[in-house]
Design a binder for this molecule. Structure first.
Ligand SMILES: *Cc1c(COP(=O)(O)O)cnc(C)c1O
Length: 346
């Protein structure tokens, strides 16, 4: 089966060998305080910075998922208030998760087809939360807009959910303070690991707030990460597979070039075959997740399944009116041609 589900999705074929190697080398049973683990963790963090062009002075943490990152931010980075800007289901969920922990969080919802208005928000929020790639409706926010939001709101921290884009397109990490993702989307790996990337401003903020009541309090995570360790026994296999994957893949600039070539190809193909896209405005369309309008998505998904392909369901509000196609780096041109053949109209 080839999975075009927008996460968990197709894993890179080399994951098979890397898993066998992890087993054979005894990685599965190593202790998370051992030097063997520390070496893997350290190399993994170094490679994340190198391959994704993350600034040297940013800190990187391992978490279990993007959802855990939502909670860590609410617990350890926000004192009272935050402003959530979103247009879809993941932004909504992140906001609701935060609201349970910090009831003064506010939201601004924006339209699917219109780029978000990058203004100076008032009253000044402690933190502005943005979903860079809204997986539910296949929209994205450009690096330029994030930069403008940062520029106009210099006393707020900027937190960016990049779960379904990190590793697929080039993100301008300098324009945000917290970036996070999980590995089962653009990184082409099995689920169960998240990464959280923090600017030096976050460290000062966390030290100032001093929140230390949870196993995943960011202050304690910083302390442990000084020696490349975690607060608890982490997903060691996941971290090993991520390290191996990062050794193999190209730098993000080349990866992004391929992602953009494939997304253009997809959009041209779908429009020329008479499919209706959920998002018409090219300025806000995602490059890593594509949503196609459809009256009977069940029929198309069934046909794909018979041909060995898993398509993505519509999500949330769009569940029975769309299907989604992931355009992640692990999706090869060969996989894409197979799916395109099935989506031809004649
Ligand atoms: C998938 C996804 C999440 C949730 O990721 P988990 O690893 O399941 O926690 C959060 N935000 C976005 C934008 C996503 O696409």
């Amino acid at each position: 089966m080839i999975s075009f589900y927008p996460g968990p999705s197709q894993v890179y074929p080399f994951v098979k060998d890397d898993m066998i190697e992890a087993f054979n080398k005894g990685i599965l049973g190593i202790n998370h305080r051992s030097s063997a683990f520390i070496e893997i963790s350290k190399e993994c963090i170094g490679l994340l910075k190198k391959k994704l062009l993350i600034p040297e002075d940013y800190s990187i943490f391992f978490t279990s998922s993007a959802t855990e990152c939502w909670e860590i931010i609410a617990q350890s980075v926000i004192k009272e208030d935050a402003l959530f800007l979103f247009n879809g289901a993941f932004g909504q969920k992140w906001f609701e998760t935060t609201l349970k922990i910090k009831p003064k969080a506010l939201k601004i919802e924006f339209d699917l087809e219109t780029p978000i208005e990058a203004i100076a928000f008032s009253p000044i929020p402690e933190l502005i939360a943005i979903v860079q790639n809204e997986t539910s409706n296949a929209t994205q926010i450009s690096n330029d807009i994030i930069q403008t939001i940062r520029h106009k709101n210099q006393s707020s921290l900027i937190a960016v959910d990049a779960t379904s884009s990190l590793g697929g397109i080039k993100l301008d990490f300098n324009q945000g303070d917290i970036w996070f993702a999980s590995v089962q989307k653009c990184l082409g790996l099995p689920a169960g690991l998240g990464v959280m990337i923090c600017s030096p401003k976050v460290k000062s903020r966390v030290q100032y707030l001093g929140e230390n009541k949870h196993y995943n309090s960011l202050q304690i995570m910083y302390e442990r990460m000084e020696s490349y360790q975690t607060t608890h026994t982490p997903n060691i296999l996941g971290i090993y597979l991520l390290m191996k994957c990062l050794r193999r893949i190209e730098g993000i600039e080349l990866i992004e070039q391929k992602t953009l070539e494939k997304s253009s190809l997809w959009y041209e193909f779908l429009e020329s075959e008479g499919h209706k896209l959920l998002i018409k405005n090219k300025l806000v369309r995602s490059d890593t997740v594509i949503a196609v309008k459809c009256n009977h998505p069940e029929d198309i998904k069934e046909k794909a399944k018979k041909n060995g392909i898993i398509l993505g369901n519509g999500y949330g509000h769009w569940a029975d009116k769309t299907f989604r196609i992931a355009n992640f780096p692990a999706h090869t041109m060969k996989d894409i041609s197979l799916l395109m053949n099935l989506l031809k109209r004649q």
